[in-house]
Design a protein around this ligand. Structure first.
Ligand code: AKG
Ligand code: FE2
Length: 311
């Protein structure tokens, strides 16, 4: 499938909508949704996010993410063992943040509320999106559910130039040739808002890399590894990347909808039909292995869902 279809959440019963979603999920794992009702929350979050990245790096680094405090600001993330040309801010559900790991910028009074409202709004859309996947796959029992409490959100800012000073560059992993290297997201689905700059691409089985073009008012959906395993490879975890920015900076804000903390991921019996492609695995173990290499190059690629594949 060469294109990324737009599914109107208010009109999913219209002819062709579920079929278009199904075809996209089999081929590359990306579709857009309109009619999602989250515009207000997105607008307020976006304003706060833009303000955040316009602040001096010295201020943002006061709330830097570390291996011990894995949420906050970061500007040296690695994907596929290369440094990405991006700055990020990560947070977990503010409403129920028991970990106390969230770090908020002191100087921005409305930031936390804006992020919280965005997280809640995306959680609502994610439930609708999961229902569509069940419908498209014909699953009517034992649904796979996500959990907003384990779901995280991220603000991505992709500058044109490396934000690291020459000295910092010398002691950090070198930049790769992408703003964000190709990868899959580990969870169920990712909901993503992007500005109108462009640069996001997904790997189509039939057509190679294709653009996921900006469409105002839509939320981008991409499938994660957990849906690929649960659907027994009927649906693809979307392989995606972001091209380097050449003229202006770009912003995007993914919401990563994750399984519950103690979830066991395995192919749904209605889809595995006695021939599961994956052995059951624990979400907690999978995500732990996956984040361990975000800070330092551990000399090998991070854990992929293929680890659990039955040969
Ligand atoms: O910036 C984008 O469009 C994609 C971001 C992404 O894939 C991620 O943060 O996992
Ligand atoms: Fe991603």
């Amino acid at each position: 499938m060469k294109k990324v279809p737009i599914i109107d959440l208010r009109a999913v019963d219209e002819p062709g909508q579920i079929a278009a979603l199904d075809a996209a999920c089999r081929d590359h794992g990306f579709f857009l949704v309109s009619g999602h009702g989250a515009d207000d929350a997105i607008g307020r979050m976006w304003q706060q996010a833009s303000d955040f990245f316009s602040r001096p790096r010295s201020e943002l680094r006061k709330i830097e993410r570390t291996a011990e405090k894995p949420l906050g600001y970061f500007d040296r993330e690695l994907t596929k063992r290369k440094r990405d040309l991006k700055q990020v801010f990560d947070f977990t559900r503010p409403l129920t943040d028991e970990s106390g790991y969230n770090q908020w910028p002191e100087e921005m009074a409305a930031f936390r509320q804006g992020m919280s409202d965005y997280h809640e709004a995306m959680g609502t859309v994610a439930v609708q999106v999961m229902a569509l996947l069940h419908r498209a796959l014909g699953i009517d029992a034992e649904p796979m559910c996500g959990d907003p409490d384990t779901s995280t959100a991220r603000l991505n800012y992709y500058p044109v130039d490396d934000p690291l000073s020459g000295e910092e560059q010398a002691i950090n992993t070198e930049l790769g040739d992408m703003a964000l290297h190709h990868h899959t997201d580990p969870g169920l689905v990712t909901l993503l808002v992007q500005d109108d700059t462009g640069g996001l691409q997904t790997l189509s089985t039939d057509h190679g890399w294709i653009d996921v073009p900006p469409r105002e008012g839509t939320i981008i959906v991409n499938l994660g590894d957990s849906v690929q395993a649960w659907s027994n490879d009927i649906y693809k975890a979307a392989v995606h990347r972001v091209l380097p920015m050449t003229e202006r900076a770009r912003m995007s804000t993914p919401y990563f909808y994750h399984p519950a903390r103690d979830a066991i991921i395995e192919p749904h019996p209605q889809l595995a039909l006695g021939q599961p492609h994956y052995r059951p695995f624990s979400w907690r173990e999978f995500i732990q292995n996956r984040v361990d290499d975000n800070y330092a190059d551990q000399g090998k690629e991070d854990t992929q869902v293929s680890k659990y594949r039955i040969a």
